[in-house]
Design a protein around this ligand. Structure first.
Ligand code: RP5
Length: 176
């Protein structure tokens, strides 16, 4: 799996210093989920990225989700496509906040992924994001915002990130 600054995969989070886990159903999801990793890295948030498939590796899912809190994780970002059960099943197995990213599927453009993730029954919440890259970026920003509630330095970095984004928006369009 590709890595980025701040991504500590595949090192385990047992030292309780890695607050965010990014999990995804398949290697094919990494092209989308890497945007979550890159956004966390830009904010200086340590994280791990792992492949955990609800359907192909169900025991890995159970082991990861049941042990996530004790492993030191505080927020989980889960991306999956198609019959995207990974975020919901993870939320069923851990009390940690879970943000779900619908990965764009080839056949139904990710609408299947979105509906699979967003239609959770009352009592088992998943914070569902937009389909694809935007959702992956925003899941990372939400994870950072949660952690920033108890981390003033991270809150400052998040403010700076937003200010930089605002400053990067041109006032007028160009033909280029
Ligand atoms: C899901 O099936 C994965 O999250 C992925 O989005 C989709 C397709 O997986 P691959 O067939 O590309 O491995 O479980």
């Amino acid at each position: 799996m590709a890595r980025s600054t701040g991504d500590r995969s595949p090192k385990k989070g047992a030292d309780a210093t890695v607050p965010v886990a990014i999990i995804m159903g398949s290697q094919s999801d990494w092209a989308t989920m890497r945007h979550a990793s890159e956004t966390l890295a830009a904010l200086g948030v340590d994280h791990e990225s792992r492949i955990v498939s609800a359907h192909r590796t169900p025991e890995r899912l159970y082991d990861f989700a049941r042990g996530a809190r004790d492993a030191g994780f505080r927020v989980i970002i889960a991306g999956a496509g198609g019959a995207a059960h990974l975020p919901g099943m993870t939320a069923a197995l851990t009390p940690l906040p879970v943000f779900g990213v619908p990965v764009e599927s080839k056949t139904l453009s990710g609408q299947d992924s979105l509906l699979s993730i967003v239609q959770m029954p009352g009592g088992v919440p998943v914070g569902a994001l937009a389909i694809g890259k935007a959702g992956a970026i925003n899941a990372a920003l939400l994870a950072a915002a949660v952690l920033a509630l108890n981390d003033a330095a991270l809150a400052d970095r998040l403010d700076a990130w937003r200010a930089s984004q605002t400053a990067s928006v041109a006032q007028f369009p160009t033909d280029d």
